[in-house]
Write a protein that binds this ligand. Structure first.
Ligand code: TMP
Length: 205
């Protein structure tokens, strides 16, 4: 469905504190070094409307179903207005989070029934998925200690440790069910070791 897809779509995932943002610039540099156009974006956000929804999602209190629907509203806009057009013209897209985050946070973390999410996903994405998802994984303890270094915590970062354990478990379960697309990167290692693995995984594309 939608426009033809020539470029590659790569997403980065992980619990808050896993360190994925540390690696985003490195990955972007490696892709650009190949001479391809790269669009770097994020979720929630990535479009003017999506960034407004992001501010609501990160700061305003709301019901879990409201949160889920706003995530998918922002995503529908993001895919139609930015991601698909970029892929169609041959650009690569690197997104800091995408739909796997909703499975992990809204279903795993918040406990929303997977069928409700699937209905929204079928509607808004119609099977559209990343070509490669890098799941940065660390233990709950490491993630928590890294989060505590952040200056101000948003609405998600203020959650208890048990919430992040559920989010991590949901991410890992998803990775087990789609091992070809979702590659788990042990993010507790040194930056050099992680970069070496990222190089290998990107080479595969
Ligand atoms: P970030 O801190 O990685 O920019 O992400 C913002 C927060 O939004 C993060 O705590 C995870 C959360 N989130 C969800 O709960 N569901 C989603 O679908 C996405 C994309 C993010």
């Amino acid at each position: 469905m939608g426009s033809p897809r020539c470029g590659k779509f790569i997403t980065l995932e992980g619990v808050d504190g896993a360190g994925k943002s540390t690696h985003l610039d490195y990955i972007a540099d490696r892709i650009r070094a190949r001479g391809v156009e790269l669009v770097v974006t994020r979720e929630p956000g990535g479009t003017p409307l999506g960034e407004k929804l992001r501010a609501l999602l990160l700061n305003d209190s709301m019901q879990p179903d409201t949160e889920l629907m706003l995530m998918y509203a922002a995503r529908a806009e993001h895919v139609a207005a930015l991601i698909r057009p970029a892929l169609a013209r041959g650009a690569w897209v690197l997104s800091d989070r995408f739909s796997d985050a909703s499975h992990a946070y809204q279903c795993g973390g918040r406990g929303i029934d997977a069928g409700r999410l699937q209905a929204l996903e079928d509607w808004t994405l119609a099977g559209f998925k990343p070509d490669l998802t890098l799941l940065f994984d660390v233990s709950a303890e490491v993630a928590e200690s890294r989060r505590s270094l952040a200056r101000t915590a948003d609405r998600f970062e203020q959650e208890q440790a048990a919430f992040f354990t559920r989010v991590r478990d949901a991410y890992l379960q998803r990775a087990r069910s789609e091992p070809g697309r979702i590659r788990v990167v042990d993010a507790s290692r040194s930056i050099e070791a992680i970069r070496g693995e990222l190089d290998r995984l990107l080479e595969g594309l």
